[in-house]
Design a binder for this molecule. Sequence first.
Ligand code: SAH
Length: 214
Amino acid sequence: MRLRNIPGAGEAVEKSPYCISDPVSYRGRWQDVFPSPGPLHIEIGMGKGRFLMELASLHPGIRYLGVERYSSVLLRALQKMEQAPLLNLKFLCMDAADLLLVFSPGEVSRIYLNFSDPWPKDRHARRRLTSRQFLERYAAVLSEDGQIEFKTDNQDLFTFSLEEIPAAGWKLLASTRDLHHDPVLMEGNIMTEYEEKFSSLGNPICKLIAAPER
Ligand code: SAH
């Protein structure tokens, strides 16, 4: 089964050994994609992939999948991988709305959301990656001790996300509206492309960690 059609750089992405072109066929057996077993962490809306590449090289025992909707954006990550390949990192070109077609219950240990699109209009709230509709999808694929980590500089999106967590039956484990001055949450922080851009403009960075109530 094919996921939504992605125009543009689609062909290059499809041919790349670093991109899984038929992710639905790996549902329930993602470990087969990697040379050795280990927990599976994913980033949704990975953009050009710098955050994941740094994480994957720091943690060879963890398997990483980067999810990005646009092949033209993903192409940039593929080019970087060609220069410095990592065995524990692969990419998926797909819409996160299709997550349940690609992962079986409990298969994912952690989901990173970094600088997700704000979708500021009220009528688009369900498209936000921290909406209760998306949290429900995450809960369906996360393991028993699974969690999400979300960073943004968008105050309105952060406030919305803090409200969606209890509304979706999730619990908040940690949060800050000034990550770069929070010694605890800042420990081991890896800057994303957007984080570097927005913090250099003086925007404080918000972060939360949350998990489904089991
Ligand atoms: N995480 C990166 C990029 C943030 S921009 C960083 O912090 O630097 C947000 C990215 O999420 C964009 O590349 C966008 O295409 C992607 N995205 C937005 N909604 C998505 C969805 N539903 N599924 C997959 N990717 C999505």
